[in-house]
Design a protein around this ligand. Structure first.
Ligand code: HEC
Length: 470
């Protein structure tokens, strides 16, 4: 039996959204840091071979920005991810650390190499030969990309654990079905981001004339060429996704589809501009436009990461842990002993609970619903159930996985469910005190019947086979 860890309360922000926000910021910065390495190697080479006389100044300017972003912001948000995720789903992070201990250690080692190589370049490149400087940059880039390689295996495993589910072999989990499409797709994104930041940086280099700027921008734009592969890589990724997750993205869940479309739309806009403006017409692009394109790229990354995180529902690790932190095999037992029986943490976000039942309901909400819902803020359960009477609430929550296939099955006793319903009712009635609760055994018996009818498994959709029939 896993331990209970409380989900942190972020007021009107639902915890899943907070997690997504921190993760998106970090992924954006980290991917730029990887792509930045490639861009620097390219420009160092241009400088060494005399192909562009301004390339050296670009390397200087760009590297300072890369340093700030990858070393300072990247590291800060990286720690932020750990800090946030243990507040939101300790069970998920626990599984990730438990199953991939050595992969994390390997990833961290490459991150160290990245920092050391980057620092040496920063500190000594003026005294070093061109060749040695390039070696340091190649080392930096290799290490940065390798840290992406390792972490990509763990992140893609969350969505598509593949054969690992049966074999529990590290290698199956790591090289899971979405490993390669995800790695290649992310690499293309890294290059694109670096290229766009490059265009911004060119505009910031002092006393560079228009022609010099144009020549640098056209070189930086070369790193956007791999974007041509994006449609194929995206389709490969979608194809590797479980059928249900794919169906959320392609229309099953309006929010998911919207974010997917934002991501695709922003990518098409960037790619179109790059194709028409930068390659075909060899245009100059000013700082404002470059910044705008970079913002679009942030939108595309945000949309994409949101979809990747969101489409795992009802799991945070497919078949292994539900988003709520509850293990699928535990559901049956939790329905007998209760989901919060072993929850020692006081409910601090509802200080004025009028009776023990409402208090129990608030605890059940925290354990089973709070990751994806708030009470009255984002995805607020109070709003979603506004028009339902008590009996409808009981039925729809007892059959939670049928109410919406991206929710896990309810995992507590009938008493807990009734307490949850009363907690929702109390909030809907503006938290009155006193607030009456009468235990009714006939009601509890009915809830038990509904729970039995719903079963303890996830929705059949969320258990569906991995094959795709478009
Ligand atoms: C894995 C995330 C997740 C968990 C856990 C979860 N939900 Fe949901 N729930 C959702 C999403 C996403 C929606 C869709 C919201 C929408 O349609 O706007 C939803 C919708 C609902 C709705 C509206 C259903 C309808 O038909 O309109 C209710 C009520 C609800 N959830 C209650 C709960 C309760 C109570 C719990 C805890 C026992 C819970 N949810 C746990 C993600 C979750």
């Amino acid at each position: 039996m896993s331990s209970v860890f409380p989900v942190n309360d972020y007021g009107p922000l639902m915890p899943g959204l907070v997690m997504a926000g921190v993760a998106i910021l970090h992924v954006f910065l980290a991917q730029f840091a990887v792509g930045g390495g490639f861009l620097l190697c390219y420009f160092q080479w241009l400088a060494m071979t005399g192909r562009n006389e301004y390339a050296r100044r670009f390397v200087e300017g760009f590297f300072k920005i890369l340093l700030m972003i990858s070393f300072v912001m990247g590291a800060l948000t990286g720690v932020g991810i750990w800090f946030t995720s243990i507040q939101i789903s300790a069970a998920t992070i626990g599984e990730m650390v438990f199953n991939f201990h050595w992969i994390w250690a390997t990833e961290w080692t490459f991150f160290c190499l990245e920092i050391v190589a980057g620092y040496c370049f920063y500190r000594y490149h003026q005294r070093l030969s061109d060749r040695t400087s390039l070696t340091l940059l190649v080392l930096y880039t290799f290490a940065a990309w390798m840290s992406l390689f390792w972490i990509n295996g763990i992140l893609s495993w969350q969505l598509t654990p593949g054969d690992w589910v049966q074999s529990r072999e590290l290698i199956d989990g790591f090289f899971n079905p979405s490993f390669w499409p995800s790695l290649f797709f992310r690499t293309v994104v890294c290059l694109t981001l670096a290229s766009l930041v490059g265009c911004v940086v060119v505009n910031l280099i002092p006393d560079l004339d228009r022609d010099a700027q144009r020549s640098l921008i056209n070189r930086a734009a070369h790193l956007m060429l791999p974007m041509l592969l994006m449609p194929a890589l995206g389709a490969w990724f979608l194809w590797a996704m479980p059928a249900d997750s794919r169906s959320w993205v392609l229309g099953g869940s309006p929010a998911m589809m919207m974010f997917f479309m934002i991501s695709v739309g922003a990518s098409v806009a960037i790619g179109g501009y790059a194709l028409l403006g930068l390659w075909l017409q060899r245009l100059y692009i000013n700082g404002a436009t470059a910044t705008l394109l970079l913002l679009l790229a942030f939108g595309a990354t945000a949309g994409g990461e949101f979809v990747r995180e969101g489409s795992r529902k009802p799991y945070s690790i497919r078949y292994v842990v539900y988003s709520s932190g509850i293990i699928p095999e535990e559901v049956g037992r939790l329905r007998e002993i209760g989901s919060v029986t072993n929850d020692p943490y006081p409910v601090t976000n509802e200080p004025d609970c009028p009776n023990p039942t409402v208090l129990l309901g608030a605890k059940v909400f925290r354990r089973q619903c709070a990751v994806c819902h708030t009470m009255e803020g984002t995805n607020g359960v109070a709003h979603l159930t506004q028009t339902w009477d008590l009996s409808q609430m009981r039925l729809n929550i007892a059959k939670l996985q049928q109410t919406k296939p991206y929710m896990p099955p309810f995992s507590g006793t009938p008493q807990e469910l009734d307490a949850l319903v009363h907690y929702i009712r109390w909030v809907l009635d503006d938290r009155p005190s006193p607030f009456d609760y009468q235990r009714d055994d006939a009601v509890l018996a009915q809830i038990q019947i509904w729970l039995d009818e719903a079963g303890t498994e996830a929705s059949s959709l969320a258990l569906a086979g991995e094959e795709w029939s478009p």
